[in-house]
Design a protein. Structure first.
Ligand code: SAM
Length: 347
């Protein structure tokens, strides 16, 4: 069962709805305005903006908009005190996540608003025009250079923070303590691996990813004090045999990136590598309907990949075709629908 505390992070979404308010909130986060407000009970306007380059009009727009968005409250004018609303104080434990989601949305917004028609035509049409894919360019993850590491570290901050809040849900739904050696394919910075290890003291994890990602990930895992249990292996999931010696192989938010043929082939290679009784796990956003989950500003990055998300049925069908025995298909809603799918190689 998902613990209620694992879902509390979803409360940040209410501050990412309106594009104008959300974008100004991002500026307020970027320039340290929100930090100043968190450090005090209430502050006057002059102290709040001290040292910031906004003119009188800019300050007024900022104040009015943050009030409109229920981020702050208080009067304007000489001596008036401004404070965070109780509602916004409620999301302070997740401020890092809110900041990352708004940064990510800003990153994709220019692509979305300038290339909307291409996006409506097809993924390929959109990708050929979009600048987002330069940012997440996996070709720059093959050769470990300081420039490539700096580039990857920037986008890995986004994926790491998103995973920090999604991983606990997966750990609530599955007891990772029943496994001994886990291989997390496309495991990025190792954040998911770190969290599974924290919840299951007997588990050790190998993260399999591209060379630059492994290099940057090692530093992240080291900073979490988990280097003895989370290690990295350079691996190309599109081509190489899946390494043996693991009783659990996981894919968290990875398979939607790949066409059906690659996914089927990869799952076949996982089957070949697992020992009898070994488990494969898929934790992914699922296909969803924007009529039911309307797209807010902070949801833009998820919505842009709408076509890539599949129905759980696809994975179930492929796993059974390959010879796996299904052990669970759990469907639930976080920001959008997700599934946790597990299957076992028969003994
Ligand atoms: C969408 S991210 C998901 C990362 C992580 N699992 C998470 O949930 O935060 C996809 C991951 O797949 C990795 N990746 C992309 N192409 C790959 C390849 N050919 N072989 C191995 N990993 C790859 C990326 O480096 C990235 O870490």
């Amino acid at each position: 069962m998902i613990r209620p505390e694992s879902l509390q992070y979803l409360s940040v979404d209410r501050f990412g709805t309106d594009p104008f308010v959300s974008r100004l909130l991002l500026s307020a986060l970027n320039c340290g305005l929100i930090d100043r407000l968190t450090q005090t009970n209430a502050v006057d306007e002059k102290s709040l903006f001290a040292g910031l380059p906004f003119d009188e009009c800019g300050r007024k727009v900022m104040i009015d908009t943050l009030k409109l968005g229920r981020v702050i409250e208080g009067d304007r004018g000489e001596g008036a005190r401004i404070r965070l609303t109780e509602e916004f104080r409620g999301v302070l434990p997740f401020l890092e996540l809110l900041h990352v989601r708004l940064r990510f949305a800003e990153l994709v917004a220019s692509d979305f608003f300038t290339q909307t028609d291409a996006w409506l035509i097809s993924n390929d049409a959109f990708m050929s025009k979009s600048r987002l894919f330069e940012y997440f360019d996996y070709r720059r993850c093959l050769e470990v250079t300081s420039e490539n590491c700096r580039h990857a570290a920037r986008w890995m901050t986004l994926t790491t923070v998103l995973t920090r809040y999604e991983a606990p849900v997966c750990c609530d739904l599955l007891d990772f303590g029943q496994f001994h050696r886990m291989l997390d394919i496309g495991g990025n910075s190792g954040e998911f691996a770190v969290q599974t290890c924290q919840r299951s003291p007997g588990l050790i994890v190998e993260v399999a990813d591209l060379p630059v990602v492994c290099h940057v990930g090692q530093q992240h895992v080291q900073s979490c004090g988990m280097s003895d249990r989370v290690t990295f292996r350079v691996f190309d999931l599109a081509a190489e045999p899946v390494p043996e010696g693991f009783d659990l192989v996981t894919f968290k938010s990875v398979l939607h990136d790949w066409p059906d043929g690659v996914v089927s082939d990869l799952l076949e290679r996982v089957f070949a590598a697992l020992p009898p009784g070994g488990t494969v796990l898929i934790f992914e956003r699922m296909a969803y309907d924007v009529g039911r989950f309307s797209v807010t500003f902070s949801q833009l990055p998820v919505a842009l990949f709408l076509r890539s998300y599949r129905h759980a049925e696809f994975y179930k069908r492929e796993l059974e075709r390959i010879g796996f025995a299904m052990t669970s298909v759990t469907e639930f809603v976080l920001d959008v629908p997700f599934s946790l799918i597990t299957a076992r190689k028969p003994v």
